[in-house]
Ligand binder design. Sequence first.
Ligand code: GLN
Length: 483
Amino acid sequence: MHHMTLAEIARGLADKKFSSEELTQVLLARIAQLDPQLNSFISLTEELALSQAKAADARRAKGETGALLGAPIAHKDLFCTQGIRTSCGSKMLDNFKAPYDATVVAKLAAAGTVTLGKTNMDEFAMGSANESSYYGAVKNPWSLEHVPGGSSGGSAAAVAARLLPAATATDTGGSIRQPAAFTNLTGLKPTYGRVSRWGMIAYASSLDQGGPLARTAEDCAILLQGMAGFDPNDSTSIDEPVPDYSASLNGSLQGLRIGVPKEYFSAGLDPRIAELVHNSVKELEKLGAVIKEISLPNMQHAIPAYYVIAPAEASSNLSRFDGVRFGYRCENPENLVDLYKRSRGEGFGAEVQRRIMVGAYALSAGYYDAYYLKAQKIRRLVKNDFMAAFNEVDIILGPTTPNPAWKLGAKNSDPVAEYLEDVYTITANLAGLPGLSMPAGFVDGLPVGVQLLAPYFQEGRLLNVAHQYQLNTDWHTRTPTGF
Ligand code: GLN
């Protein structure tokens, strides 16, 4: 039962082969049995899950239908869930029970999803390895010695290990696509503004975007359908109609123009990944796509610009955690300044503190022009590169990551080495574009992802290409041994 995709579950429920309650019980038992190896959950919500499952079964019994009605999922632990701990992977919010549901959570619940729990993540979504969580590192089900990617590593590990079919995640610089690549999943970061950020604890507000992590493009379409849409509570939410994503899956790729940027194949890319990328290009050519070399000349500046902008926004967003209003408060403060200092010093981990310091520095009066403003100008250049490229091609294709998953601890002493792993993903966030990572092979037994990028609001095109690829390849069906 645990091998079923969302699409298969929807069919099984519609055909009355099993109930949502039965499925929920099977998955909860599987989580209890297997998750201790992975640490992919911060909180389990068994009671809520069983009551939602029963309610979904009752709605189906009355004749209601819907692809998500009775579908078990989990939420990354930065989506606020009413009455349930929402920790953001931080000691700072270890005691925080959200007083309301995030829009994404409320929409999915209304569609009939069953919430099994809240998944582990890098503290405040900062990281590419899921090692900075206050609740401990997450392990990659493909090799328990390796990281699952971050910051949505808990969602990724749980879905890859078949503990559940799909989960929500967020992507500020790659945190949906990179863990998808490292765990053999399909993950979609939507256009900025497509999915509401209301109730999604902010890291870098101009870059953050929620999206689905699942095993197939077909399932990403189903989950995205439940997440996307205008929300008046989010001032950057875009009031554009949401297309039927599942209906977009079956378009022909005949004549589709795919651009492959020459800058992607620089020295930093593992040549074995380069070869798998070329293989995926050949596969898409067989399906009728036309390949064209393109150029993204400002890509080399993207990492430095991102690692100024994201920390700057983080330093501002995280200033609300002061030990006074909510979250962690230190013991026996001597005075107000001591309360602030120790609450923040004890509540935030090392990586979060590093970013707050970098961000506050970049925004300070004497350095604003030199760092923050400069980074914003680079951001525009990166966007302009994409706009020029999308005049010539329909999709951009390349590797999701320069290397496969690394060993736990391998990059702990060198944060910059970890930042460099984001080279292919962060440009989409700087430009606000949608991007998808799909399974495309293995290197030393570890999964490798190929990334597709599309123009604004062309999530359907990404899902279409990935689905057609998945109809003709079987990488996405491979299962990690032991799960
Ligand atoms: N690795 C990037 C960072 O640490 C991206 C994280 C994310 O997308 N949340 O900022």
